[in-house]
Design a protein around this ligand. Structure first.
Ligand code: HEM
Length: 257
């Protein structure tokens, strides 16, 4: 990206982050680090809300015989059909802002290619900590982010074709758009299931980063050691061992005399 474009994106993001920080609040306690500011959290939950609204109205259109029971929540089948593209536009718009907000930390690096080669060790839980060069986002998160960016482009193009219909675009483009639109939705849905699992049960302590905006230092040195080192200036491995030593000595029963 040209330097002038990237600096105007940064200026736009900084302005938005400052404006939202005045409207909301992030408390970071001792032993914690700031992970996601108010702007990021508001965008994330707006994206999630529009995603699920578009998904549920979309299900009623995609497989009415199976998901007809969703449609009364949206005022019936015809109204679900009318509302679905608006929810879709809301999703793509909010995710577009989030994509600008996360453009820098989502850039692929050599460390991400190494993380991918070692994915078996990370996913199987054989390795207790992520590789030491794992930064703010790991490679798995970046893959999902870029998949959603690609998905948004597909939704936007195919969605406009489906919205305007065969009278404007012809029958074949509409038929192709149906297939691409639905494949994109199914891929994204599969990714979101994994995302929700990892952000809650799979990696405990992650969920609070999108609620309160802060994470524990232990969470940071476990899942994002290079980011921990970058923000604290301390060695994640050493701090982890130190914390473990302290915990063991405080849980040891006192010596009997
Ligand atoms: C209710 C469901 C959801 C929960 C509980 C959830 C939770 C989270 C959390 C805790 C993070 C921060 C991860 C970190 O700091 O490392 C995050 C990040 C993110 N979320 Fe969600 N999220 C949900 C739904 C969604 C939806 C519907 C989308 C988009 C369609 C989405 C897209 C993202 C992306 C792209 C990131 C950054 C990369 C990543 O962590 O994978 N999320 N989410």
């Amino acid at each position: 990206m040209p330097a002038s474009t990237s600096s105007s994106v940064e200026r736009f993001d900084d302005k938005a982050r400052n404006a939202f920080e005045h409207a909301g609040k992030t408390t970071v306690y001792r032993g914690e680090l700031l992970r996601h500011p108010v702007y990021t959290r508001v965008l994330h939950w707006a994206v999630a809300l529009f995603f699920f609204l578009a998904l549920f109205t979309g299900f009623g259109i995609y497989l009415p015989w199976l998901f007809r029971w969703f449609t009364p929540f949206f005022g019936g089948g015809p109204l679900s059909r009318v509302m679905h593209p608006y929810f879709g536009v809301g999703f793509v718009f909010c995710f577009g802002l989030q994509a600008l907000n996360w453009l820098k930390p989502m850039i692929w690096t050599a460390a991400d290619s190494r993380w991918m080669r070692n994915i078996k060790g990370v996913v199987s839980g054989e390795e207790k900590m992520d590789p030491p060069d794992t930064g703010f986002f790991n490679a798995g998160q970046k893959v999902q982010f870029w998949e959603i960016v690609g998905g948004c482009v597909v939704y936007l193009i195919t969605g406009v074709v489906l919205w305007a219909g065969a009278r404007t675009f012809g029958r074949i483009p509409v038929a192709v758009s149906y297939v691409l639109h639905d494949i994109s939705a199914l891929i994204m849905l599969g990714g979101i299931f994994i995302h929700i699992y990892l952000s809650t049960i799979g990696e405990p302590g992650t969920f609070q980063s999108m609620i309160r905006g802060a994470v524990s230092e232990a969470w940071a040195w476990t899942f994002h050691p290079a980011w921990y080192k970058q923000v604290t200036g301390r060695d994640p491995q050493q701090d982890c061992e130190e914390a473990r030593r302290k915990m063991n000595s405080s849980t040891k029963p006192p010596k009997q005399s």
